[in-house]
Design a protein around this ligand. Structure first.
Ligand code: SF4
Length: 348
Protein backbone atom coordinates (compact mmCIF):
# COMPACT_ATOMS: atom_id res chain seq x y z
CA UNK A 1 0.00 0.00 0.00
CA UNK A 2 1.33 3.44 -0.91
CA UNK A 3 2.20 5.68 2.01
CA UNK A 4 2.16 8.98 0.19
CA UNK A 5 0.85 10.76 -2.89
CA UNK A 6 2.93 13.62 -4.25
CA UNK A 7 0.49 15.88 -6.05
CA UNK A 8 1.77 18.17 -8.80
CA UNK A 9 0.96 21.86 -8.78
CA UNK A 10 0.19 23.15 -11.33
CA UNK A 11 -1.72 20.31 -12.95
CA UNK A 12 -4.92 19.93 -14.95
CA UNK A 13 -6.91 22.73 -16.57
CA UNK A 14 -4.92 25.53 -18.19
CA UNK A 15 -6.34 28.98 -18.99
CA UNK A 16 -7.15 28.00 -22.60
CA UNK A 17 -9.12 24.94 -21.52
CA UNK A 18 -10.90 26.92 -18.78
CA UNK A 19 -12.00 29.48 -21.37
CA UNK A 20 -13.13 26.89 -23.93
CA UNK A 21 -15.15 24.82 -21.45
CA UNK A 22 -16.88 27.85 -20.01
CA UNK A 23 -17.63 29.18 -23.51
CA UNK A 24 -19.27 25.92 -24.60
CA UNK A 25 -21.18 25.74 -21.32
CA UNK A 26 -22.65 29.17 -22.11
CA UNK A 27 -23.55 27.97 -25.61
CA UNK A 28 -25.53 24.98 -24.31
CA UNK A 29 -27.28 27.15 -21.75
CA UNK A 30 -28.25 29.87 -24.18
CA UNK A 31 -29.24 27.80 -27.24
CA UNK A 32 -31.67 24.96 -27.76
CA UNK A 33 -29.76 21.79 -28.63
CA UNK A 34 -28.09 20.78 -30.76
CA UNK A 35 -25.10 23.10 -30.54
CA UNK A 36 -22.36 22.06 -32.94
CA UNK A 37 -18.68 21.97 -32.10
CA UNK A 38 -15.94 21.53 -34.68
CA UNK A 39 -13.52 18.94 -33.26
CA UNK A 40 -13.48 17.93 -29.62
CA UNK A 41 -13.66 21.15 -27.60
CA UNK A 42 -10.63 19.89 -25.62
CA UNK A 43 -8.99 16.50 -25.83
CA UNK A 44 -10.63 14.86 -22.84
CA UNK A 45 -13.21 12.08 -23.09
CA UNK A 46 -15.01 12.96 -19.83
CA UNK A 47 -15.46 16.59 -20.88
CA UNK A 48 -16.58 15.64 -24.39
CA UNK A 49 -19.07 13.06 -23.07
CA UNK A 50 -20.54 15.61 -20.65
CA UNK A 51 -21.12 18.09 -23.45
CA UNK A 52 -22.64 15.39 -25.66
CA UNK A 53 -25.13 14.63 -22.91
CA UNK A 54 -25.92 18.36 -22.74
CA UNK A 55 -26.77 18.47 -26.44
CA UNK A 56 -23.49 19.24 -28.21
CA UNK A 57 -22.78 17.45 -31.48
CA UNK A 58 -19.06 17.18 -32.27
CA UNK A 59 -18.22 17.15 -35.95
CA UNK A 60 -15.00 16.89 -37.97
CA UNK A 61 -16.40 18.43 -41.15
CA UNK A 62 -17.86 21.92 -40.97
CA UNK A 63 -20.26 20.98 -43.81
CA UNK A 64 -22.06 18.79 -41.25
CA UNK A 65 -23.34 21.91 -39.44
CA UNK A 66 -26.92 22.52 -40.61
CA UNK A 67 -27.39 26.08 -41.85
CA UNK A 68 -28.37 28.48 -39.12
CA UNK A 69 -27.30 26.38 -36.11
CA UNK A 70 -24.91 27.74 -33.45
CA UNK A 71 -21.37 26.45 -33.87
CA UNK A 72 -18.20 26.60 -31.82
CA UNK A 73 -14.64 25.91 -32.96
CA UNK A 74 -12.33 24.02 -30.61
CA UNK A 75 -9.48 25.35 -28.47
CA UNK A 76 -6.84 23.83 -30.77
CA UNK A 77 -7.28 26.42 -33.53
CA UNK A 78 -8.87 25.89 -36.92
CA UNK A 79 -7.77 26.43 -40.51
CA UNK A 80 -8.78 29.84 -41.95
CA UNK A 81 -11.16 28.21 -44.45
CA UNK A 82 -12.89 26.36 -41.58
CA UNK A 83 -13.38 29.65 -39.67
CA UNK A 84 -14.85 31.26 -42.79
CA UNK A 85 -17.14 28.31 -43.53
CA UNK A 86 -18.31 28.18 -39.90
CA UNK A 87 -19.13 31.92 -39.98
CA UNK A 88 -21.16 31.42 -43.14
CA UNK A 89 -23.11 28.39 -41.86
CA UNK A 90 -23.66 29.20 -38.20
CA UNK A 91 -26.30 31.62 -36.88
CA UNK A 92 -23.72 32.31 -34.17
CA UNK A 93 -20.10 31.25 -34.63
CA UNK A 94 -17.77 31.26 -31.63
CA UNK A 95 -14.09 30.48 -32.10
CA UNK A 96 -12.76 29.11 -28.79
CA UNK A 97 -9.16 28.96 -30.04
CA UNK A 98 -6.62 29.47 -27.25
CA UNK A 99 -4.89 32.87 -27.62
CA UNK A 100 -1.50 31.13 -27.40
CA UNK A 101 -2.37 29.05 -30.46
CA UNK A 102 -3.55 32.19 -32.23
CA UNK A 103 -0.11 33.70 -31.60
CA UNK A 104 1.53 30.79 -33.47
CA UNK A 105 -0.96 31.23 -36.34
CA UNK A 106 0.08 34.90 -36.57
CA UNK A 107 3.77 33.96 -36.60
CA UNK A 108 3.18 31.42 -39.37
CA UNK A 109 1.44 34.02 -41.56
CA UNK A 110 4.03 36.70 -40.81
CA UNK A 111 7.06 34.54 -41.59
CA UNK A 112 5.41 33.08 -44.72
CA UNK A 113 4.68 36.65 -45.94
CA UNK A 114 8.37 37.47 -45.45
CA UNK A 115 9.33 34.59 -47.74
CA UNK A 116 10.59 32.16 -45.08
CA UNK A 117 10.32 28.40 -45.28
CA UNK A 118 8.91 27.24 -41.97
CA UNK A 119 9.68 24.18 -39.91
CA UNK A 120 6.55 23.56 -37.84
CA UNK A 121 7.37 21.03 -35.15
CA UNK A 122 4.24 19.08 -34.32
CA UNK A 123 2.50 15.76 -34.31
CA UNK A 124 1.11 14.42 -37.57
CA UNK A 125 -2.71 14.44 -37.51
CA UNK A 126 -3.08 16.54 -34.33
CA UNK A 127 -5.89 19.13 -34.60
CA UNK A 128 -3.58 21.97 -33.56
CA UNK A 129 -0.93 21.06 -36.14
CA UNK A 130 -3.51 20.74 -38.93
CA UNK A 131 -5.04 24.15 -38.14
CA UNK A 132 -1.64 25.83 -37.88
CA UNK A 133 -0.11 24.44 -41.07
CA UNK A 134 -3.22 25.59 -42.97
CA UNK A 135 -2.22 29.21 -42.25
CA UNK A 136 0.78 28.88 -44.57
CA UNK A 137 0.38 25.62 -46.50
CA UNK A 138 3.02 26.34 -49.13
CA UNK A 139 5.65 27.75 -46.75
CA UNK A 140 5.24 25.51 -43.70
CA UNK A 141 6.23 21.89 -43.41
CA UNK A 142 5.23 19.67 -40.51
CA UNK A 143 8.27 18.12 -38.86
CA UNK A 144 7.41 15.37 -36.43
CA UNK A 145 9.98 15.44 -33.61
CA UNK A 146 10.14 11.64 -33.68
CA UNK A 147 11.26 11.79 -37.32
CA UNK A 148 13.44 14.90 -37.36
CA UNK A 149 14.60 17.27 -40.06
CA UNK A 150 15.97 14.88 -42.68
CA UNK A 151 13.28 15.53 -45.29
CA UNK A 152 13.10 19.31 -44.77
CA UNK A 153 14.61 21.10 -47.78
CA UNK A 154 14.12 24.91 -47.80
CA UNK A 155 14.40 27.10 -50.89
CA UNK A 156 17.10 29.09 -49.12
CA UNK A 157 19.06 28.04 -46.05
CA UNK A 158 19.24 31.66 -44.90
CA UNK A 159 15.46 32.11 -44.67
CA UNK A 160 14.24 29.36 -42.39
CA UNK A 161 11.90 29.82 -39.42
CA UNK A 162 11.12 27.37 -36.62
CA UNK A 163 7.70 27.26 -34.97
CA UNK A 164 5.97 24.63 -32.87
CA UNK A 165 2.80 23.06 -31.54
CA UNK A 166 2.20 24.51 -28.08
CA UNK A 167 1.83 21.17 -26.29
CA UNK A 168 5.04 19.38 -27.26
CA UNK A 169 7.43 17.87 -24.77
CA UNK A 170 10.34 20.21 -24.00
CA UNK A 171 12.72 17.41 -24.98
CA UNK A 172 10.96 17.10 -28.39
CA UNK A 173 11.25 20.82 -29.09
CA UNK A 174 14.86 21.05 -27.92
CA UNK A 175 15.91 18.10 -30.11
CA UNK A 176 14.60 19.75 -33.29
CA UNK A 177 15.87 23.19 -32.20
CA UNK A 178 19.41 21.80 -31.79
CA UNK A 179 19.51 20.13 -35.19
CA UNK A 180 17.86 23.12 -36.93
CA UNK A 181 20.32 25.57 -35.35
CA UNK A 182 23.21 23.38 -36.45
CA UNK A 183 21.92 23.14 -40.00
CA UNK A 184 20.66 26.73 -40.47
CA UNK A 185 22.87 29.28 -38.66
CA UNK A 186 20.46 32.15 -39.59
CA UNK A 187 17.45 30.27 -38.21
CA UNK A 188 14.58 32.50 -37.02
CA UNK A 189 12.70 31.36 -33.92
CA UNK A 190 10.20 33.10 -31.67
CA UNK A 191 12.01 34.90 -28.82
CA UNK A 192 10.28 32.55 -26.41
CA UNK A 193 9.56 29.01 -27.66
CA UNK A 194 5.98 28.36 -28.77
CA UNK A 195 5.55 25.77 -26.03
CA UNK A 196 2.94 27.33 -23.79
CA UNK A 197 3.35 28.17 -20.10
CA UNK A 198 0.93 25.38 -19.08
CA UNK A 199 2.83 22.74 -21.04
CA UNK A 200 6.20 23.72 -19.62
CA UNK A 201 4.94 24.18 -16.05
CA UNK A 202 3.30 20.74 -15.98
CA UNK A 203 6.43 19.14 -17.39
CA UNK A 204 8.63 20.86 -14.80
CA UNK A 205 6.25 19.66 -12.08
CA UNK A 206 6.35 16.01 -13.16
CA UNK A 207 10.16 16.17 -13.30
CA UNK A 208 10.08 17.30 -9.69
CA UNK A 209 7.68 14.47 -8.76
CA UNK A 210 9.97 11.97 -10.51
CA UNK A 211 12.83 12.80 -8.12
CA UNK A 212 10.87 11.27 -5.20
CA UNK A 213 8.28 8.91 -6.73
CA UNK A 214 8.33 5.15 -7.25
CA UNK A 215 5.41 5.42 -9.67
CA UNK A 216 3.92 8.28 -11.68
CA UNK A 217 0.28 8.50 -12.77
CA UNK A 218 -0.84 11.04 -15.36
CA UNK A 219 -4.58 11.68 -15.61
CA UNK A 220 -5.70 12.57 -19.14
CA UNK A 221 -7.01 11.22 -22.40
CA UNK A 222 -5.03 9.21 -24.90
CA UNK A 223 -5.44 11.81 -27.65
CA UNK A 224 -4.21 14.65 -25.41
CA UNK A 225 -0.80 15.67 -26.70
CA UNK A 226 0.33 17.42 -23.51
CA UNK A 227 -0.79 14.41 -21.42
CA UNK A 228 1.31 12.10 -23.57
CA UNK A 229 4.25 14.51 -23.24
CA UNK A 230 3.94 14.27 -19.43
CA UNK A 231 4.06 10.48 -19.65
CA UNK A 232 7.21 10.65 -21.74
CA UNK A 233 8.87 13.14 -19.36
CA UNK A 234 8.16 10.77 -16.46
CA UNK A 235 9.55 7.78 -18.32
CA UNK A 236 12.60 9.73 -19.50
CA UNK A 237 13.30 10.39 -15.82
CA UNK A 238 13.44 6.63 -15.28
CA UNK A 239 10.22 6.26 -13.26
CA UNK A 240 7.43 3.83 -14.28
CA UNK A 241 4.75 6.19 -15.63
CA UNK A 242 1.21 5.43 -16.77
CA UNK A 243 -1.59 7.47 -18.31
CA UNK A 244 -5.07 6.85 -16.94
CA UNK A 245 -8.47 8.35 -17.72
CA UNK A 246 -9.73 7.83 -14.21
CA UNK A 247 -9.23 5.76 -11.04
CA UNK A 248 -10.62 2.68 -12.78
CA UNK A 249 -7.59 2.73 -15.06
CA UNK A 250 -5.21 1.90 -12.22
CA UNK A 251 -3.81 -1.63 -12.41
CA UNK A 252 -3.30 -3.06 -8.89
CA UNK A 253 -0.01 -4.60 -10.04
CA UNK A 254 1.43 -1.09 -10.56
CA UNK A 255 1.02 -0.36 -6.85
CA UNK A 256 2.73 -3.51 -5.57
CA UNK A 257 5.80 -2.63 -3.51
CA UNK A 258 5.30 1.08 -4.25
CA UNK A 259 5.77 3.61 -1.44
CA UNK A 260 5.37 7.04 -3.06
CA UNK A 261 3.05 7.75 -6.01
CA UNK A 262 3.36 11.00 -7.99
CA UNK A 263 0.06 12.20 -9.48
CA UNK A 264 -0.52 14.89 -12.09
CA UNK A 265 -2.96 15.66 -14.89
CA UNK A 266 -2.83 16.96 -18.45
CA UNK A 267 -4.16 20.42 -19.26
CA UNK A 268 -7.60 19.16 -20.30
CA UNK A 269 -8.28 16.69 -17.44
CA UNK A 270 -10.96 17.61 -14.84
CA UNK A 271 -9.62 17.75 -11.29
CA UNK A 272 -12.45 15.52 -10.05
CA UNK A 273 -10.70 12.67 -11.89
CA UNK A 274 -7.50 13.42 -9.99
CA UNK A 275 -9.36 13.36 -6.68
CA UNK A 276 -10.87 9.97 -7.63
CA UNK A 277 -7.38 8.63 -8.31
CA UNK A 278 -6.10 9.82 -4.92
CA UNK A 279 -9.07 8.20 -3.17
CA UNK A 280 -8.34 4.96 -4.99
CA UNK A 281 -4.66 5.01 -3.94
CA UNK A 282 -5.66 5.95 -0.36
CA UNK A 283 -2.13 6.83 0.81
CA UNK A 284 -1.66 6.00 4.50
CA UNK A 285 0.33 9.21 5.19
CA UNK A 286 -1.73 11.49 2.97
CA UNK A 287 -0.87 13.95 0.23
CA UNK A 288 2.07 16.32 -0.21
CA UNK A 289 1.68 19.16 -2.69
CA UNK A 290 4.72 19.69 -4.93
CA UNK A 291 4.41 23.20 -6.33
CA UNK A 292 6.86 24.46 -8.95
CA UNK A 293 5.14 27.76 -9.71
CA UNK A 294 1.92 29.75 -9.31
CA UNK A 295 -0.34 30.10 -12.33
CA UNK A 296 -2.86 32.93 -12.53
CA UNK A 297 -3.31 33.21 -16.30
CA UNK A 298 -6.83 34.04 -17.38
CA UNK A 299 -8.17 34.14 -20.94
CA UNK A 300 -11.47 35.98 -21.45
CA UNK A 301 -14.36 34.33 -23.27
CA UNK A 302 -14.11 34.47 -27.09
CA UNK A 303 -15.03 37.92 -28.46
CA UNK A 304 -17.95 36.60 -30.56
CA UNK A 305 -19.52 35.10 -27.42
CA UNK A 306 -18.90 38.22 -25.34
CA UNK A 307 -20.58 40.37 -27.99
CA UNK A 308 -23.50 37.98 -28.36
CA UNK A 309 -24.09 37.75 -24.62
CA UNK A 310 -23.76 41.50 -24.12
CA UNK A 311 -26.44 42.02 -26.78
CA UNK A 312 -28.66 39.37 -25.21
CA UNK A 313 -28.22 40.92 -21.81
CA UNK A 314 -29.03 44.40 -23.08
CA UNK A 315 -32.18 43.06 -24.73
CA UNK A 316 -33.33 41.33 -21.56
CA UNK A 317 -32.55 44.36 -19.44
CA UNK A 318 -34.31 46.61 -21.90
CA UNK A 319 -37.40 44.42 -21.87
CA UNK A 320 -37.67 43.30 -18.28
CA UNK A 321 -35.15 45.33 -16.26
CA UNK A 322 -34.00 41.99 -14.79
CA UNK A 323 -30.77 43.30 -13.28
CA UNK A 324 -30.02 46.49 -11.50
CA UNK A 325 -28.53 48.94 -14.00
CA UNK A 326 -24.82 49.40 -13.41
CA UNK A 327 -24.27 45.97 -11.87
CA UNK A 328 -21.96 43.44 -13.51
CA UNK A 329 -23.43 40.80 -15.80
CA UNK A 330 -22.16 37.26 -16.53
CA UNK A 331 -19.51 38.37 -19.03
CA UNK A 332 -17.86 40.75 -16.56
CA UNK A 333 -18.12 38.15 -13.81
CA UNK A 334 -16.61 35.36 -15.94
CA UNK A 335 -13.28 35.42 -14.11
CA UNK A 336 -15.05 34.48 -10.88
CA UNK A 337 -16.34 31.24 -12.35
CA UNK A 338 -14.07 28.23 -12.99
CA UNK A 339 -14.41 25.58 -15.68
CA UNK A 340 -14.88 23.05 -12.88
CA UNK A 341 -17.99 24.98 -11.74
CA UNK A 342 -19.15 25.18 -15.36
CA UNK A 343 -18.78 21.40 -15.70
CA UNK A 344 -20.69 20.87 -12.47
CA UNK A 345 -23.67 22.57 -14.17
CA UNK A 346 -23.40 19.76 -16.73
CA UNK A 347 -23.13 17.11 -14.02
CA UNK A 348 -19.41 16.28 -14.31
S1 SF4 B 1 -2.25 23.82 -23.32
FE1 SF4 B 1 -1.45 25.90 -23.63
S2 SF4 B 1 -1.91 26.37 -25.78
FE2 SF4 B 1 -3.17 24.60 -25.23
S3 SF4 B 1 -5.11 25.48 -24.56
FE3 SF4 B 1 -3.84 25.27 -22.73
S4 SF4 B 1 -2.82 27.29 -22.51
FE4 SF4 B 1 -3.62 27.15 -24.59
Amino acid sequence: MATKVLLAEPRGFCAGVEMAIKALTWMVQVFEPPVYCYHEIVHNAAVVNAFERAGVVFIDDIADVPLGRPVMLSAHGSAPEVVTAASERGAVMVDAVCPLVTKVHHELRRMADKGYDIIYVGHEGHDEAIGAIAEAPTAAQLVDPRVGLDTFEPRSGSKVALLAQTTLGLYEWEGVLDSATGRFPDLWTARKSDLCYATTNRQLAIQKLAERSDLLLVVGSENSSNTQALVRVGRNAGVPTFRIDDAEGIDDAWLEGVDVVGVTAGASAPDQRVQNVIERIAPSEGIELIRVTEEDEYFPLPPQLRRFMATLQALVEGGFACRTPGQHGPVELDREMSATEALSILGV
